[in-house]
Design a protein around this ligand. Structure first.
Ligand code: BG6
Length: 495
């Protein structure tokens, strides 16, 4: 079963809708993502009574464990990643009863027959590939060859989905050799975030915004995903990727698509993904003067990037800011500014639509007030704010001020706010329901790489060096200049 929110008075209340019975196999079931996100997410679903009674989760990995040993590992993962308030003992015990484990050799034959014997007929079969992309092919082949998967089965794959167009194409081909496109769920966890879905609700569920959502009324759009964390233990992966591959090609691109796409005819997988694809294909190439790359350097707030990766002369960017244009009727002439980086001043992700000035100020140019801004906060304090200009209360003539019309989800959700479903659990439940709307289609991923590749090749061929920025700052100076040049400014990153 799954939960739907509705409003009752000032509060959102939930209503339960059914999910089919399932066997979910997690390849890489002992790995970090499984411990940190997938299993705690499934536990929350179970605890809220939203999992069918005999749904089963089967961990599969190289480790030589049995189901009992695996359950003990999961128990400790839940203790680490689910707060005790939401972890009653009977719920943990009930959840663990649904867990099995198979030691499996992804590249060989070991364990596959055991896995097959555990799988039931007549339930949804889903296979989560929480493993290195080099194992996607061998896993897909074996699921097929051992006849474990059938035409109704689903596979879930994690990013990175390739590191350029060529490798993404190869990966798509490998998966499609064993599965049809409608069985492949490419996860971008940003699409599972509550506010990201709310962005679509706001755009397409209200009459208010859509007429203004175009170059006639929008001055520019800003998308910021600022992180406080650094590369930490992921230096080896990150140094080969950088912010462009790690964040822009996928998460920021998806946000951009949802903001810029035309209204789909229905909220269904192909209608939505067709529209997103059109946006990616309409992106102009970006001139090098419109891209700023940065790399964090040590400050009193912490050590620098080069101290955290192996290559002491790495030119990988941990920050990127860029100005984009979309060549279509709706957005002609409207710049989209994207920015993301690690070890910045604060964790803050926000999409802001900055509207144009009124055509003429009847109150005079120095009366105060500024442009309307619709800000969609992804994290923290998920919510939506619309800043509008009003008269400053009191005497003293017509002085204008901006005030926020604020909808912070935590307020609307009341006591349930801490317990809003996490992006992963929502997406996994969509896999079980067979709904691909919030997953990337193969052609979308390829189109995103086709746009990204020349930019990366451009700076690599010129030997471009990222600009330094202090740990705990808002990024390199050049990023601010990118907007100043146009007489605009980034929205503040608040700590
Ligand atoms: C991941 C990136 O996809 O997203 C990480 O690989 C990044 O580098 C993370 O930190 C950010 O996700 P969130 O949900 O914390 O914003």
């Amino acid at each position: 079963m799954a939960r739907k929110y509705e409003t009752k008075g000032k509060q959102l209340v939930s209503r339960v809708i059914p999910v089919e019975n399932f066997d979910l196999v997690i390849f890489g079931g002992t790995g970090d993502l499984a411990r940190r996100k997938i299993l705690p997410g499934l536990f929350r679903r179970f605890r809220s009574g939203q999992m069918p009674d005999d749904a089963r989760i089967i961990g599969a990995a190289r480790s030589d464990l049995d189901s009992k040993g695996y359950r003990a590992e999961i128990k400790s993962a839940l203790e680490e990643f689910v707060s005790s308030k939401y972890r009653p003992e009977d719920a943990v015990d009930g959840f663990l009863e649904r867990i099995e484990y198979v030691a499996i050799d992804a590249m060989g034959d070991g364990g596959w027959k055991e896995l097959k014997s555990l799988m039931r007929d007549g339930v949804v079969k889903a296979f989560y590939f929480s493993v290195a992309p080099s194992l996607f092919g061998p896993l897909a082949e074996r699921l097929h060859d051992f006849k474990i998967a059938d035409r109704d089965s689903r596979i879930v794959v994690e990013k990175p989905f390739g590191r350029d167009l060529e490798s993404a194409r190869a990966l798509n081909k490998t998966l499609r050799d064993s599965f049809e496109e409608d069985q492949i769920y490419r996860i971008d966890h940003y699409l599972g975030k509550e506010t990201v879905q709310n962005l679509m609700a706001v755009r397409f569920g209200n009459m208010l915004f859509e007429p203004l959502w175009n170059s006639k009324y929008v001055d520019h759009v800003q998308i910021t995903v600022a992180e406080e964390v650094g590369v930490d233990g992921r230096g080896a992966y990150y140094d080969r990727s950088g912010a462009m591959r790690d964040m822009v090609q996928n998460h920021l691109m998806q946000l951009l698509c949802l903001i810029a796409m035309e209204p789909p005819s229905r909220f269904d997988p192909d209608a939505v993904r067709d529209e997103k694809l059109k946006v990616i294909r309409a992106l102009d190439p970006v001139a090098s003067r419109d891209i700023v790359r940065g790399q964090y350097t040590s400050s009193k707030k912490g050590e620098g990037y080069l101290e955290q990766v192996e290559n002491p002369d790495s030119q990988t960017e941990s920050f990127i800011a860029m100005k984009l244009h979309i060549s279509n009727w709706r957005w002609s002439g409207v710049p989209f500014f994207l920015r993301t980086g690690k070890r910045l001043k604060a964790r803050q992700s926000e999409i802001s639509i900055i509207f144009k000035d009124t055509p003429h100020s009847i109150f005079g140019d120095d009366s105060g007030g500024s442009q309307n801004v619709l800000a969609i906060r992804l994290q923290p304090n998920e919510g939506i704010t619309l800043s509008v200009t009003i008269k400053e209360p009191g005497p003293g003539g017509m002085r204008l001020v901006d005030v926020p019309l604020d909808m912070t989800f935590a307020d609307a959700l009341g006591p349930d706010a801490e317990d809003v479903p996490d992006a992963y659990e929502r997406l996994i439940m969509d896999v079980i329901r067979g709904n691909q709307t919030l997953f990337m289609r193969g052609d979308e991923v390829e189109a995103a790489w086709a746009w990204t590749d020349p930019l990366i090749e451009g700076w690599a061929s010129k030997g471009d060096r990222p600009s330094p920025y202090d740990v705990g700052s808002t990024g390199p100076e050049e990023a601010a200049i990118l907007l100043h040049r146009d007489g605009r400014r980034w929205r503040e990153i608040r700590s």
